[in-house]
Design a protein around this ligand. Structure first.
Ligand SMILES: COc1cc(/C=C/C(=O)SCCNC(=O)CCNC(=O)[C@H](O)C(C)(C)COP(=O)(O)OP(=O)(O)OC[C@H]2O[C@@H](n3cnc4c(N)ncnc43)[C@H](O)[C@@H]2OP(=O)(O)O)ccc1O
Ligand SMILES: O=C(O)CCC(=O)C(=O)O
Ligand SMILES: [Fe+2]
Length: 361
């Protein structure tokens, strides 16, 4: 059981950090103490909180694409068009069984409902594998203001590794979710590749586009002053492609490339939210866009989401694809080792689209 208000008192911000970050209670534990005011270290700078000013003032919406007939040309066209103009879209009738999605959502709730002693077995300090990490916020040691989110991050190496090290309570559901999504992921990458003159998803291209996979389980508990903080700050993903399952609560916002407005991504039952990541932006030489997005904190509901980050292999060298520059197009990115890129992303706080500067020429 989480400690309650009567048993937990915080004399100063350092005690909050100790409780949330170091003791592994997370913001879920903090929320469940019944805390009435947002601790100071979660208060975001004013400009990061101005989201409502630019939300819902337009009719803009990210495309929702029906994949019932995935071999129709118009499906491929809609996907590539959305990847260029929005960097984000939702897919419905994608072929991943709804039961698999329900199971991984239930498993996410089961994991975060574990007692702190159980979840803490998977913190960076305690985890028996570097590929399994339970944490809070994004990069607490680098952040001036913390984010109102806990997560479990599962980097897939092999079935045997997952059997040994992933938490029992969600392992099979997370693996099933990852495996059953692969056909859809391959289809999406085939479309995106063809439009870049990549003829087929052969072994080399598969390794570049989907050579490593990370599944995160995200938990955003009820927040006492949601207007003062964020669930996740402005960032783009460092993946090639992210596929995200969200529950019915809402709160994800995407920056429109055409207007600069923040546009809400409404939950569509049974759908996936798909977004282009930095690695794909780099490999497409900027044709496909990895777009800033953020998550609002919520004052009345707990929320979960389950992204699958589809990435190059850590040791891959990524840069504009030869198929893209063959026609004489100037590369705007240099070649970088993917794990160097990801390490750079993780060592700083969320900062919008700045990570991609690491690879700019
Ligand atoms: C968590 O909230 C997030 C996450 C995101 C993620 C968006 C993505 O697109 S994730 C996809 C990233 N790609 C991959 O994971 C594939 C390639 N992986 C690698 O190359 C390596 O595994 C590595 C990520 C580079 C880590 O390598 P290594 O140097 O061996 O490992 P560490 O020393 O443990 O990590 C370095 C540094 O990064 C921090 N970190 C590592 N993994 C995570 C993680 N899963 N979540 C959060 N932070 C992580 C770690 O804390 C280390 O820093 P220290 O200061 O602790 O030393 C988007 C938005 C979010 O809010
Ligand atoms: O929870 C969400 O809706 C988005 C989370 C996200 O952007 C991420 O984990 O990279
Ligand atoms: Fe993201």
């Amino acid at each position: 059981m989480a400690p309650t208000l009567s048993t937990v008192q915080f004399a100063n911000p350092a005690e909050v950090t100790e409780f949330v970050v170091n003791k592994g209670n997370g913001v879920k534990g903090l929320s469940e103490t019944g805390i009435k005011a947002l601790p100071d270290q979660y208060i975001q700078p004013f400009e990061e909180r101005l989201i409502n000013k630019f939300v819902n003032e337009t009719d803009e919406a990210i495309p929702v694409i029906d994949m019932s007939n995935p071999d129709e040309d118009k499906v491929a066209e809609a996907i590539c068009d959305a990847a260029e103009k929005w960097g984000f879209f939702q897919v419905i009738n994608h072929g991943v069984p709804l039961e698999v999605l329900d199971n991984v959502k239930a498993a996410t709730h089961r994991f975060f409902n574990l007692p702190v002693e159980e979840k803490s077995r998977f913190t960076k300090e305690n985890s028996l594998s570097t590929n399994v990490r339970f944490g809070t916020s994004f990069s607490p040691r680098a952040e001036k203001a913390l984010e109102w989110k806990d997560y479990l991050s599962l980097f897939f190496v092999s079935d045997a590794e997952a059997q040994q090290f992933w938490p029992d309570i969600c392992r099979n559901e997370a693996l099933e979710y990852m495996n059953k999504s692969k056909t859809m992921v391959r289809k999406l990458l085939e479309y995106l590749g063809k439009n870049l003159n990549v003829k087929e998803l052969d072994e080399t291209k598969e390794s570049l586009f989907m050579g490593s996979i990370r599944v995160n389980l995200n938990y955003y508990p009820i927040c006492p002053n949601p207007d003062l903080t964020v669930g996740v700050g402005r960032h783009s993903d460092v993946s090639a492609l992210t596929i995200l399952l969200q529950d019915q609560i809402g709160g994800l916002h995407v920056r429109s490339l055409s207007s600069g407005n923040w546009v809400h991504v409404p939950p569509v039952p049974g759908s996936f939210v798909i977004n282009i990541g930095d690695a794909m932006q780099i490999m497409s030489n900027g044709r496909y866009k990895s777009v800033e997005h953020r998550v609002l904190a919520n004052g009345s509901n707990n929320r979960i989401s389950v992204p699958i980050f589809v990435n190059p292999k850590p040791e891959s060298v990524i840069g504009p694809l030869p198929e893209v520059t063959a026609n004489g197009e100037e590369p705007i990115y240099r070649d970088v080792v993917y794990s160097d890129y990801v390490r750079y992303f993780f060592k700083k706080a969320h900062d919008g689209k700045k990570t991609v500067d690491f690879a700019k020429i």
